[in-house]
Ligand binder design. Structure first.
Ligand SMILES: *Cc1c(COP(=O)(O)O)cnc(C)c1O
Length: 376
């Protein structure tokens, strides 16, 4: 048996839509699939407006431009995230303040956030780790109190629910990823979701290299020109066509992943415990989208030994984020001043298990059996 960690599923209509996009032509001018994706994402999230981008990284960069981050501005985020969350704001000169996470969810620790935030904070960037919502309602309240902006890094959380809305519907801006490793993918891809209507018009301009091209495409102006700063943040129709074939099946894709997570939980519950490992919380109970299923071992050595043991049995399981504050770039930019014990612990002990749409229940059972064998 050989079980990869991830295997992208492209959707039943993928080849048909790609062929149709090529046949219609105009892979940047024609916007059929781009607009269909944007409409679908907007419906899913319940947001004001969704704009497709070339990646979540570009959606984050677009966010930092839109909210006018200036050199020295303070931006708060967890250290247990991907480099892009920090880079997007550092590219504008922001001063990043990292805060710790909670070990039960690996999401931002609200008490740590409360200690870190101040009237100097310009923006808070929470992450919904594994596709399970962080306490975004409380974060929005804190941000209102300190008059700062919330940009949700919802890269992993398309279709995940918070207490009263979908992830991505809370922040002034929110970003999603359609990278190969995410639940739905166009290889590279992303979206910026806008909930603050005041940011909508400028977002379209900044995405289109600082031109008013989208107003032109809508027939609102008779020629388009350079009107603002900006960059090239939009994807091609080919990416949008591939993405659309999965977005139309997203309920089915997420439901399957959630069911696989539940199967892991059931199979492993008797083996888990304080002397072995702890597990991800239930996506089914918490409104998650089944993006990641992980276990956490008691220490780094056991985690690494289990990775090797699984590998020997043909199973590809993997660690996750190296904390940003103590990474080479984090250290160079003053990350040494942060003490984030839960972040360090999570990074050392986490093990993500295979999870993808075409993974079978029998394969999950086999993986769980190998994990139990390791402990016996
Ligand atoms: C995947 C991911 C990103 C980056 O997404 P890209 O689409 O690859 O740019 C950013 N933040 C988090 C939390 C992610 O998981």
């Amino acid at each position: 048996m050989n079980i990869p960690f991830n295997k992208p599923y492209y959707g039943l209509n993928a080849e048909h839509y790609l062929a149709k996009a090529l046949e219609i032509g105009g892979l940047t001018g024609n916007q059929n699939y781009l607009l269909s994706c944007e409409q679908k994402i907007n419906e899913l999230v319940g947001s004001h407006r969704a704009l497709l981008t070339s990646s979540c990284t570009s959606a984050l960069e677009l966010s930092a431009l839109l909210i006018n981050i200036q050199p020295g501005d303070e931006v708060i985020m967890p250290s247990f995230t991907f480099s892009s969350t920090a880079n997007a704001f550092m590219l504008r000169g922001a001063n990043i303040k990292f805060v710790d996470i909670c070990l039960d969810t690996l999401n931002i620790d609200i008490n740590a956030l409360k200690k870190s935030v101040s009237l100097n904070t310009k923006c808070i960037v929470p992450v919904h780790y594994a596709g399970i919502a962080c306490d975004i309602e409380t974060i929005v309240d804190i941000a209102e109190h300190y008059r700062c902006v919330v940009v949700e890094d919802a890269a992993q959380a398309l279709g995940s629910r918070g207490k009263d809305k979908y992830c991505g519907a809370y922040g002034d801006l929110s970003t999603f990823s359609f990278h190969e490793t995410k639940n739905v993918t166009s290889g590279e891809g992303g979206a910026l979701v806008i909930n603050n209507p005041a940011l909508e018009e400028r977002a379209e301009i900044l995405r289109s290299k600082g031109t008013n091209r989208s107003a032109f495409l809508k027939g609102q102006v008779d020629k388009y020109t350079w009107v603002d700063i900006g960059s090239s943040f939009a994807p091609s129709e080919l990416n949008a066509a591939l993405l659309y074939s999965q977005l139309e099946e997203i309920d089915k894709i997420n439901a399957k992943r959630i069911a696989l997570c539940e199967r892991y939980l059931e199979n492993l519950s008797s083996a888990s415990g304080s002397d072995t490992f702890s597990m991800s919380r239930s996506h089914a109970e918490l409104g998650g989208n089944g993006h990641i299923f992980y276990i956490r071992l008691n220490n780094e050595e056991t985690r690494n030994n289990l990775i090797k043991f699984l590998q020997k049995n043909g199973i590809d399981a993997t660690f996750h984020f190296i904390p940003l504050h103590s990474s080479p770039m984090g250290t160079k930019s003053g990350g040494g001043r942060f003490s984030l014990p839960n972040t360090d612990k999570a990074s050392e002990t986490i093990l993500r298990l295979p999870l993808f749409y075409e993974l079978s229940c029998e394969e999950v059972d086999f993986i769980c059996q190998v994990i139990c064998d390791f402990f016996n």
